[in-house]
Design a binder for this molecule. Structure first.
Ligand code: FES
Length: 149
């Protein structure tokens, strides 16, 4: 991969990423992850560029981007809280916790649903800045959100 992609316009960066993956259609997921890694999301303008590089249709690229929830189609919030909504966490109030927290959020923070962080014994759980937290209540979650909320 090119050492510093920042100096290139988006279209060139995407073409470099595709070329780095041999313009191989079976590398589509890796290419989408790479695009999202340097751009924070996958803009609609990227679909046709990637499709052309991989000899796919735009619809095929769009279909993959929209199938996987971790691919973002818009710029993300500055802070993303992934709050578990699976059974153990639901039984410990994560649905209500999510509703309570979302009331006071500004656009710098987003609450995303995730299903099981493997921290069920400490439900309700959330992933914040790559760290898993358990036995959360609204006050603790607001503290983790910090100054962004
Ligand atoms: S159900 Fe929430 S961490 Fe497993």
């Amino acid at each position: 991969m090119a050492a510093n992609l920042d100096i290139y316009p988006l279209e060139s960066k995407i073409k470099l990423v595709c070329a780095d993956h041999n313009n191989a259609a079976d590398m589509l997921l890796e290419i989408l992850h790479a695009v999202q890694a340097f751009n924070r999301y996958i803009p609609e303008s990227a679909y046709q560029i990637i499709a052309d590089c991989l000899n796919l249709s735009r619809a095929e690229v769009y279909g993959v981007v929209t199938f996987y929830h971790d691919f973002r189609q818009k710029p993300p919030a500055k802070k993303i809280i992934k709050l578990c909504q699976s059974e153990a966490c639901q039984s410990m109030g994560s649905v209500q916790l999510k509703a309570d927290i979302e009331k006071g959020l500004n656009s710098d923070v987003a609450i995303e649903t995730i299903y099981c962080l493997g921290n069920c014994a400490l439900a309700p759980s959330a992933l914040v800045d790559g760290q898993i937290y358990g036995r959360l209540d609204a006050d603790q979650l607001n503290t983790l959100i910090g100054g962004a909320a």
